[in-house]
Design a protein around this ligand. Structure first.
Ligand SMILES: [Mn+2]
Length: 350
């Protein structure tokens, strides 16, 4: 009896996770969560830069393109204090949430190409509706956790985390048009990476709810690998929860990704961004990636090319592309030696 009980407990403890080899791509040509022209062109620009073809080149990856969300364009019928275009933001996110849920139910990793970061409301809501235990890693120069009372700009792309978090629901007034979105995400499942431009009340929220927040200063101190492994351990020590990465391209240094609306210097190198995604991919639990705030209208041709390429590198790393190179299709188990261990070099004369 005891043996059986132990067996049953073991079976029910954390299911074995394997990286999904199927992805669903959805474009969100939406820019009303901020004031600059151009970020809505990112899905088309990413596709023109070879998004789907490059993902299909990853060994064994089955890629389905779900097309673009039909984004609303008509004028705002309702005005909400210090929340520009809320009805449009709301309508776009309602559709996106349903689409992300559908992709996850199709047993695919949901890859969402924004659009500005207000679309994180839809992607995370859609993920939460399928997996309420999901953990969220917000990779961004900014914390995006203002409310309409603390925001200096009134742009909703600075508010998505505060809209999602149930702990912060008391800080909001009634928001017309947002009835579909019941905050159900817990800040206990949230971490930040790459912060370097955080407002006062955002810092207060991060501290109040003890959110693991790895600002660039912390990444300088611990390195990207230790930082991300620490986050994964703190949020989910049993390693059993699905992971959502919401990656704002401005997490990367402005030198790496200049075509974005609110660039901040001193950010992640592209290599750090890639390595972060590789580590999260290696858990086998990555189920959703958002890539947002690429603005093809900012900068010159070279800036745009650099930024789109950086975005593609980030996505590929999160979906299993290996910088070491692929093996021929179907061959997985050859004992390839990729580096010398201590044991190999012990005793050799220098
Ligand atoms: Mn952001």
């Amino acid at each position: 009896m005891n043996v059986l009980r132990v067996f049953v407990r073991k079976m029910s403890q954390g299911k074995k996770w394997e990286a999904l080899n199927k992805v669903g791509v959805i474009g969100v040509p939406f820019e009303k969560g901020q004031k600059k022209y151009g970020v809505s062109m990112a899905p088309a620009a990413m596709r023109a830069a070879g998004l789907i073809e490059q993902l299909k080149e990853i060994d064994g990856l089955d890629v389905k393109d779900y097309g673009d969300i039909d984004t609303p364009g008509c004028a705002d019928p309702v005005a909400v204090d210090n929340m520009i275009h809320l009805p449009l933001v709301s309508e776009c996110n309602r559709k996106l949430s349903e689409k992300v849920s559908q992709i996850l139910k199709d047993d695919r990793v949901a890859v969402t190409i924004g659009g500005d970061h207000s679309i994180g409301v839809g992607t995370v809501d859609g993920h939460c509706n399928v997996n309420k235990d999901m953990i969220l890693i917000w990779v961004d120069a900014h914390a995006d956790i203002n409310t309409n009372k603390t925001s200096g700009s009134g742009s909703v792309h600075g508010m998505p985390v505060a809209l999602l978090a149930k702990e912060m629901s008391d800080y909001w007034p009634y928001l017309p048009t947002m009835d579909w979105q019941v905050p159900k995400f817990s800040m206990k499942n949230l971490a930040y990476v790459a912060l370097r431009s955080v407002d006062e009340y955002e810092m207060l929220a991060i501290q109040k709810y003890k959110v693991p927040a790895f600002a660039m200063e912390d990444i300088d101190q611990y390195g990207i690998q230790k930082s991300i492994r620490h986050i994964l351990h703190v949020l989910d020590p049993k390693m059993e929860k699905p992971i959502h990465v919401s990656f704002d391209i401005d997490a990367l240094d402005a030198i790496e990704a200049p075509s974005t609306g609110t660039p901040v210097r001193g950010g992640l190198t592209l290599r750090e961004g890639i390595n972060l995604m590789e580590i999260i991919h290696s858990t086998g639990r990555l189920r959703a990636i958002d890539l947002v705030e690429i603005n093809p209208a900012v900068g010159n041709t070279s800036d745009r090319k650099k930024t789109l390429e950086a975005g593609l590198c980030i996505l590929r790393a999160g979906l299993g592309f290996s910088r070491r190179g692929p093996l021929p299709r179907g061959i997985k188990d050859l004992p390839i030696q990729t580096f010398h261990t201590d044991k190999d070099t012990k005793g050799t004369k220098s």
